[in-house]
Design a protein around this ligand. Structure first.
Ligand SMILES: Cc1ncc(COP(=O)(O)O)c(C=O)c1O
Length: 416
């Protein structure tokens, strides 16, 4: 593993090294062997084999569906592709509005635009989840709105009971963007299984690291069948999937083929990682709550409580800086950078793709969303890759708390 070459000196004068926090989680050994076998066979296309048993991608779909306890999983090229074909398979029409949280990654509104629809942003609170009152207001203000694309941003789940209740009461199709929430549960139910469709990502900083890749999940045979056709199952290639609902034949030729299939190599990298999800989740929880405990000692930090009944699998931590603004926060970020710890405050780093005002391709970039804006301007974002050990977490916590003390004291001294 690549290490920072700067030794860190923490309290007590002891020297320690911190792993490079930008490194993705490692790939398990069985993936190396399987990738090599597939490369040697040159059968990189999911439909080269005679049937589903001969396709790594089909096997991945089967195991992924089993892991989540859903009927159908469709492997695609990215989570963005899953959202795009998911919206189309759910029946979106050109010009339809799609509710979505204002705090998410630019790929999410982009997928809505790609599907010919219009994003409608909903405020997010300082615990990073969607503001229920604003969701209800936006539904009331937009009669007939039919879709809610809910990003579980950074793996923070909202009160899913309430969300499902609101969607059902208003006849809204709920699509979950669970790119950051594979393995999370709410009341023991997996994220991505509350709505009609779940979308997952295998991009390198996610729970499963395959570089790129995504999965669409659903229990609805029609959504699945249409999505399979649109993902690129031309000429009855869907016969090479394990799941083949009878309705699928009628959809052949009725929908465009967008060719967003997953490659066999990607599937081979991702598949062995399914078995590791729960074990990794435990490690992520240990690291997250250990660090949160240390950070809570600082008067300048607020680590918001997580929503009741959520079991998170956090591979990053978010915390809000109390009573600090612009330059003081920038000063803190600089000090942390010198210590080898990259912390981003969403709203203060230039062009941050998680800030709605940087989505300049949309009119909503100019919208008034004061709750989300305040949160984005004080919320810190820090990766917690799986290879961090307790001593790394303790070092990071100590350095963060110490840097905040230093920054706020120097401000006080300057002001005196
Ligand atoms: C919250 C969120 N949703 C969706 C996506 C899209 O995932 P992908 O890169 O697999 O298209 C991302 C990408 O990082 C993301 O952060």
């Amino acid at each position: 593993m690549k290490q920072n070459n700067q030794p860190l000196v923490i309290d007590g004068g002891q020297r320690t090294f911190l792993p490079d926090l930008t490194n993705p989680d490692p790939i398990p050994a069985p993936a190396f062997q399987r990738v090599q076998e597939i490369m040697q066979s040159a059968r990189l296309f999911r439909y080269t084999g005679a049937d589903a048993e001969e396709s790594e991608t089909a096997l991945l779909e089967k195991e992924f569906a089993e892991y989540l306890g859903v009927k159908y999983a469709l492997a695609v090229s990215s989570c963005s592709s899953a959202i795009f074909v998911g919206l189309l398979a759910a029946g979106i029409e050109r010009g339809d509005k799609v509710l979505m949280p204002a705090f998410t990654f630019t790929a999410v509104p982009s997928s809505i635009v790609h599907a010919g629809a219009e994003p409608l942003l909903v405020e997010c609170d300082d615990n990073y989840v969607v503001n229920i009152a604003d969701l209800e207001k936006k539904i009331a203000d937009n009669p007939g709105v039919k879709f809610f694309l809910l990003s579980h941003m950074r793996g923070h789940l909202a009160d899913m009971g309430k969300i499902v209740e609101i969607c059902n009461a208003n006849n809204i199709c709920l699509i979950e963007d669970a790119a950051h929430a594979l393995g999370n549960t709410w009341k023991d139910q997996p994220a991505g299984t509350f709505g009609q469709i779940g979308c997952f990502s295998f991009q390198s900083t996610k729970m499963i690291n395959a570089g790129e890749g995504g999965v669409l999940t659903t229990n609805d045979e029609h959504i699945y069948a249409k999505a399979v056709i649109m993902s690129g199952a031309y000429e009855k290639q869907w016969t090479k999937h394990f799941a083949r609902p009878t309705c699928i034949d009628a959809y052949q030729g009725q929908y465009p083929a967008y060719n967003v299939r997953m490659s066999e190599v990607t599937a081979a990298i991702a598949r062995p990682q399914i078995a590791d999800i729960d074990k990794k989740g435990e490690k992520f929880r240990n690291n997250y709550f250990r660090l949160a405990q240390i950070l809570k000692r600082s008067a300048h930090i607020d680590v918001p409580a997580r929503v009741d009944f959520e079991t998170p699998v956090p591979n990053s931590i978010q915390f809000n800086l109390r009573g600090m603004r612009g330059d003081r926060i920038r000063n803190f970020i600089d000090v942390m950078k010198q210590e080898g710890i990259k912390i981003a405050v969403f709203g203060l780093s230039e062009d941050n793709a998680r800030c709605f005002w940087n989505w300049r391709y949309l009119d909503v970039a100019n919208e008034e969303l004061p709750i989300t804006e305040t949160m984005l301007n004080t919320a810190c974002d820090l990766r917690l890759p799986v290879f961090l050990e307790n001593e790394d977490i303790d070092t990071m916590g100590t350095l963060i708390v110490r840097a905040l003390e230093r920054v706020t004291n120097s401000q006080r001294t300057a002001a005196a």
